[in-house]
Design a protein around this ligand. Structure first.
Ligand SMILES: [Zn+2]
Ligand SMILES: [Zn+2]
Length: 160
């Protein structure tokens, strides 16, 4: 959990409000030590929490955000700052553009990946940091060797 989210921890007031205003919703919430409100109700195959109201299915996290944070402007998606897909804590959510959401999830995927694109493990000894990006040392060496080989061949006049 990052510090950003800790600041956004809902006050007991919000807990009391949600429990009072929508007990059916609150009954399906399990609060975790990290402050996530994990949805115990149905989830869609994609892992997002589902809620049914008056026969209409909707995303439970979108419902929570629009009811206890602010209305969701059209075209915006609700992003999980905590990265827990079935969390419905309004304070862990943020309405962003689909582009921003995509950018964030790709950045995260890259960071969570345990291997480089060639399958070498991203262990401490094999990581070279380039700003905030990780580079694989094995691949680096391989690339260097290849370019040296190309240079040698070029010197011998075998490639243009
Ligand atoms: Zn959460
Ligand atoms: Zn590699």
């Amino acid at each position: 959990m990052n510090a950003d989210i800790a600041v956004r921890e809902p006050s007991q007031d919000l807990v009391a409000r949600v429990a009072a205003e929508d007990p059916r919703f609150w009954a399906k919430v399990q609060v975790t030590p990290t402050g996530c409100w994990v949805w115990k109700g149905n989830c869609l195959p994609n892992g997002y929490p589902r809620l049914t109201r008056q026969g209409t299915g909707m995303y439970a996290h979108r419902y929570a955000f629009s009811r206890w944070r602010e209305p969701i402007k059209s075209g915006l998606v609700v992003d999980h700052l905590c990265c827990v897909r079935n969390c419905v804590n309004p304070m862990h959510l943020e309405a962003v553009t689909p582009e921003e959401n995509h950018r964030r999830s790709t950045a995260l995927m890259v960071l969570n990946r345990a291997h480089c694109p060639k399958g070498h493990p991203y262990v401490e000894s094999n990581i070279e940091w380039e700003g905030r990006a990780r580079r694989c040392r094995v691949c680096r060496r391989e690339q260097k060797r290849q370019s040296e080989r190309r240079c040698a061949l070029r010197r011998q006049g075998k490639v243009a």
